[in-house]
Ligand binder design. Structure first.
Ligand SMILES: [Zn+2]
Length: 264
């Protein structure tokens, strides 16, 4: 109770009045789970202040305090695994960002819509996951736009290349200067990562849990990369979220500038 009061007091001190309602709503108890990790706060992200984030590949990351994490999931939506990931996040009232593949959103639009409906941010990750860094610029941008179009159509029913949430992650983090400049011109924030689970490698859920927790303790804060297409990630997520709570980590949700409370 005390931490909730403090959270609300902090929110009231730093958030403009008009934006307080959605944040306060998130501080409500989590239905069915009095011990939930929860979502501590929401931050707005835009290309003016943070054109690219994630220290694995870029010079800076999101303005996070110690023990604050932003959870991200790539390559979905995927039947079998994405629903489990969504269930685990919902149980803990945690909001994350999903970087969808256009071809998967096209094939599984109901899962893409569920992801939005449960309060997560929908970012983009191309149509079919090619590496774009050595592709001609126009071809690379066409692939990016095809992905955005399919995601937007699946999630919002609108085929457009200007995304509702202008967040993008390059497949394999394979970008180049021209592409990064193009994204910045378009007002699209490029997400890298600060820490990852290496969940593209075969490993048991227990191994993945140990590995990601050790790496998170090492970096202390930042953007965490998972793949919601991976069975071991879906399986370890409930235990991972409980462990974050036990260790005193906090979850921060990222949304586009000016959109707080509008998209969800
Ligand atoms: Zn990917």
């Amino acid at each position: 109770m005390m931490s909730r009061i403090i959270a609300l007091a902090v929110a009231a001190a730093i958030i403009p009045l008009g934006a307080l309602a959605p944040l306060a709503a998130q501080a409500e108890p989590c239905p069915g789970n009095s011990q939930a990790l929860g979502t501590e706060r929401v931050i707005e992200v835009d290309t003016k202040s943070t054109p690219r984030v994630g220290r694995k590949h870029f010079a800076s990351t999101l303005p996070l305090a110690r023990k604050e994490l932003v959870l991200t999931f790539d390559d979905g939506p995927w039947p079998g695994t994405t629903p489990k990931v969504l269930d685990a996040l919902k149980h803990e009232c945690v909001r994350a960002t999903f970087f969808l593949l256009g071809k998967n959103a096209e094939a599984h639009p109901q899962l893409a819509r569920r992801t939005l409906a449960e309060g997560h941010s929908i970012g983009h990750h191309t149509y079919a996951h090619p590496l774009l860094d050595h592709m001609p610029l126009a071809k690379a941008e066409a692939e990016i736009n095809r992905g955005i179009e399919e995601d937007e159509y699946a999630v919002y029913g609108q085929r457009r290349t200007e995304p509702a949430v202008p967040f993008f992650r390059f497949p394999g983090f394979a970008s180049n200067r021209a592409l990064l400049e193009r994204m910045s011109e378009r007002g699209i924030v490029v997400f890298g990562a600060d820490v990852w689970a290496s969940d593209w490698l075969p490993m048991s859920p227990e191994q993945e849990l140990r590995l990601i927790l050790a790496r998170i303790e090492q970096v202390g804060r930042g953007i965490v990369l998972f793949h919601d297409t991976k069975a071991q990630t879906a399986q370890m997520l409930p235990a991972f979220l409980r462990e974050l709570k036990r260790r005193g980590f906090h979850i921060v949700h990222v949304v586009p500038a000016g959109s707080r409370g509008v998209l969800n």
